[in-house]
Design a protein. Structure first.
Length: 238
């Protein structure tokens, strides 16, 4: 983190930093996740030396660059890279004119008048992770995942796959097969034009999930043997 601040964020804010072609893929991935992380990150104003005035979510308006627009720095005279402390003086906030006809600036003025200005007596600025009405100074991967993922109804077959004594390898493969995400040739041909699409066993039809496990010559033979064993077990039990 310290290295990235010193080398990649020296003159720009994290929220509007752009990825360069020579940057690592992991740094580009982090920058790509900013819109997702923005909804959870909140700031609490202390001395105002850490929080970005325009890009951090420290007021009820959210990030001010979004509430007012890209012309906000020009309209207010507060530069784009300013921290919250630079938007105040010894007498309080630097406010837009009370006679402004810009509705966004009037809303900003009203919000600032109802917010305490940064002060050294209030300690340092802090960030919190905000999820569904509650905030914490520590990141929770479990709560964040529960908030992000799309929930669906519980499937009837779930207990047959994800049970206490299941073998993780088999359960995972069954789950991936059910979602039709197995890397069969019908899918891998879209990854590269040089890959074959015919079944690796029979070489007659396109290798899909259903073909490989049910319709292929080998698949049909396996299911015939399985059925024969089931029938023999039923016969013995009778």
């Amino acid at each position: 983190v310290a290295w990235n601040h010193a080398n990649r964020l020296r003159h720009v804010n994290f929220w509007n930093a752009e990825a360069a072609s020579h940057h690592s893929w992991i740094w580009k991935a982090i920058l790509g996740l900013r819109p997702l992380a923005k909804r959870f990150l909140r700031g609490a104003v202390g001395n105002g030396q850490l929080l970005s005035y325009w890009y951090d979510h420290w007021s009820n308006l959210g990030p001010l660059i979004e509430a007012i627009g890209a012309s906000g720095p020009q309209l207010t005279g507060i530069h784009e890279s300013a921290v919250v402390a630079e938007a105040s003086s010894s007498t309080g906030w630097i406010l837009p004119s009370a006679r402004t006809r810009n509705a966004s600036l009037a809303n900003l003025r009203s919000t600032l008048l109802n917010s305490p200005a940064p002060s050294g007596d209030r300690g340092e600025d802090t960030y919190t992770w905000y999820i569904e009405g509650s905030s914490s100074t520590s990141f929770s991967s479990k709560l964040t995942w529960e908030c992000l993922r799309q929930r669906d109804t519980t499937k009837q077959w779930a207990a047959a796959v994800w049970y206490k004594g299941c073998i993780p390898k088999y359960a995972f493969n069954f789950w991936v097969a059910h979602l039709n995400r197995l890397p069969v040739r019908a899918r891998t041909t879209h990854w590269s034009t040089n890959r074959p699409s015919l079944c690796c066993v029979c070489q007659h039809e396109t290798e899909t999930r259903d073909h490989l496990f049910i319709h292929c010559t080998l698949g049909s033979l396996i299911w015939q043997q399985v059925l024969a064993r089931f029938l023999s077990l039923i016969h013995i039990s009778e």
